[in-house]
Write a protein that binds this ligand. Structure first.
Ligand code: SF4
Ligand code: SF4
Length: 134
């Protein structure tokens, strides 16, 4: 079975060369290994709740410090930016999002963050995406 996040290949160079990417076509996602899920991802507290990564109680601002501490300790979050109130998610050694399944599909597809829903239309990538055939 193909492991999308195995890290056996290094896509770092390709992901940095946006001029090599393809114009986005939705139907291509079906045959793609999901390299868009290898890009850094920031999420809000509310999005973490929708993805069932934090509890309702942890959405309370009073618990923010302990929530950040827990998520860091569990290797889910890399850092929290107090200026824009966003969490940068930790990624696998390969660069893949922690929630990318071995079948190249998002484990939280229905509740995926806004950034993922809007990619690549709302992104600095001008409608291009790093398609890579499975
Ligand atoms: S890289 Fe492009 S084609 Fe592949 S899953 Fe992401 S949006 Fe779809
Ligand atoms: S949350 Fe899902 S769609 Fe978004 S980057 Fe991670 S695996 Fe991809």
């Amino acid at each position: 079975m193909f492991l999308c996040y195995s890290g056996s290949m290094n896509y770092h160079h390709y992901l940095k060369k946006i001029e090599l990417w393809y114009p986005f076509k939705k139907e291509k996602c079906n045959s793609c290994m999901g390299l868009c899920c290898y890009l850094p991802l920031e999420v809000t507290l509310e999005e973490l709740y929708k993805m069932e990564i934090i509890s309702l109680e942890e959405t309370d601002a009073d618990f923010l410090s302990s929530t950040i501490k827990r998520l860091k300790a569990q290797g889910i979050v890399e850092r929290y930016n107090r200026a824009d109130e966003k969490f940068t998610l930790k990624r696998r050694a390969s660069g893949a999002c922690l929630f990318l399944g071995e079948d190249c599909r998002c484990k939280h597809y229905e509740t995926r963050p806004k950034t993922c829903r809007n990619f690549p239309h709302v992104s600095p990538f001008n409608g291009r995406c790093p398609y890579q055939k499975i």
